[in-house]
Design a protein around this ligand. Structure first.
Ligand code: ADP
Length: 407
């Protein structure tokens, strides 16, 4: 079975093709046979198309176009033509899986896309104005290009949709509940995948474990996983809540916003820019949203870079503590995404507050590895795992599950 996965954003499209006839061990993510991306920020009036296949052939070209559907058609063309060709015909694709950012309260699981699902994604645009329109456009472009093929929506909010009310409700006026102003949580595809992988790696049933998953990339969030479900998370109504991130502030006193509006006349757009793009590691260090550059500057004695890292770690540990309380204990701690998969400094400093739980890191060997790894000491009461997140593979697996005939 050939599964196309599409992650459609407002300024980029990423796609890959899995060929399941080639895969062996079901719990390990196979390499996609083809990958491609469109970057719409490359130059005005152009899109940069890159593609590569498993045989190592690749292309990179700038195409004079601004229409997203046209760009997607050009991207899919590299599946069937030119050096990156891996298919004889696009009709070999059995299903397309889409990452859809917001599924609201309606979708707790992945779903086969039909008119109703598209209407729901459209209805939820006010909750995800930057993402859901792009996701919908991707779905409709695939309908145009591939015809009446099964398509599946995998929602980034779904894993958190069963959170208890006390975790998902904001203590504002009650009508917020009716208006849908609540904690939705994001990065759910990643949190779910790494939690399942963690259970597999420790050889226990997911439903029996208390797991804290730390997705630390440009965006950062934590999820508390108990009885196999997401029971708490740090991102909220929007992906701005919770941890300090690359260029996002995470939680700040909402009174600061009232102050900025009243005293300095900030508009909604200015606040949006300030909190989403000019804050976090970038805002405090004054240098970059890239953790590697901020760590480098700290090591060279840059005081704001040091404050940025200290703050990142402080916020992380504080929220970890909160979610461990929501779990009522901790069996497994997981680090994933760009920072989580690669930074021994973050592993060491994040774990430093939790020895009282019997958590002990392996003193010997804290190095990045290619494979998923357990970095806890053998006698640690908590396993600490570094797991490469595989969101695309998780989307492909959801497609397989939904397409299986009901027994
Ligand atoms: P996104 O959320 O955009 O998918 P990623 O998961 O790729 O982002 O994470 C990007 C972050 O990971 C950046 O802050 C980058 O500096 C960080 N990162 C990548 N490699 C390393 C590394 N070796 N050490 C520390 N941080 C790293």
């Amino acid at each position: 079975m050939k599964i196309l996965v599409l992650n459609a954003g407002s300024s980029s499209h990423k796609s890959c093709l899995f060929d399941l006839t080639q895969s062996s061990a079901a719990s390990l993510a196979p390499e996609p046979v083809w990958r491609a991306a469109l970057d719409w920020t490359h130059a005005a009036g152009q899109v940069e198309l890159t593609a590569q296949n498993q045989a190592g052939e690749s292309i990179k070209e700038a195409l004079p176009m601004t229409d997203k559907a046209e760009g997607l058609a050009a991207m899919l063309n590299t599946l069937v033509q030119g050096p990156t060709q891996v298919l004889g015909d696009l009709s070999e694709i059995a299903v397309v899986g889409h990452r859809v950012v917001h599924g609201g309260r309606d979708y707790m699981d992945s779903v086969r896309i039909d008119g109703q699902v598209k209407a729901a994604i459209r209805r939820l645009i006010p909750l995800a104005p930057a993402h859901n329109p792009a996701n919908l456009q991707g779905i409709e472009a695939m309908e145009q290009i591939l015809g009446n093929l099964p398509q599946v929506a995998v929602f980034d909010t779904a894993f958190h949709a069963r959170m208890p009310e006390a975790a998902s409700t904001y203590p504002g006026p009650y009508h917020w509940v009716e208006q849908g102003i609540r904690r939705y949580g994001f990065h759910g595809i990643s949190h779910q995948y790494v939690a399942q992988r963690a259970a597999h790696l420790v050889g226990q049933d997911l439903a029996q474990l208390k797991i804290l998953t730390c997705h630390l990339g440009n965006g950062c969030s934590l999820a508390a996983v108990k009885d196999g479900m997401g029971v708490d998370t740090t991102m909220g109504f929007t992906p701005l809540d919770g941890l300090m991130m690359g260029s996002r502030s995470g939680s700040v006193d909402p009174g600061i916003l009232i102050h900025l509006i009243r005293q300095e006349g900030y508009s909604a757009d200015q606040l949006d820019e300030l909190l989403n793009k000019q804050s976090g590691l970038k805002g405090i260090s004054g240098l970059s949203n890239d953790m590697r550059l901020v760590v480098e500057a700290m090591e060279q004695g840059h005081p704001q870079a040091k404050l940025a890292i200290d703050l990142f770690i402080h916020r992380l540990r504080r929220e970890m503590g909160g979610l461990i309380a929501s779990l009522g204990g901790l069996d497994v701690l997981v680090f994933t995404a760009g920072i989580g998969e690669n930074s021994p400094l973050v592993w060491r400093r994040a774990c430093a507050g939790f020895e009282f739980l019997g958590l002990q890191l392996n003193a010997e060997d804290l190095k990045r590895a290619k494979e998923d790894q357990d970095i806890a000491a053998p006698n640690s009461a908590v396993r600490v795992l570094v797991i490469h997140t595989q969101e695309e593979w998780a989307i492909a697996q959801a497609c397989v599950t939904l397409l299986q005939p009901v027994a």
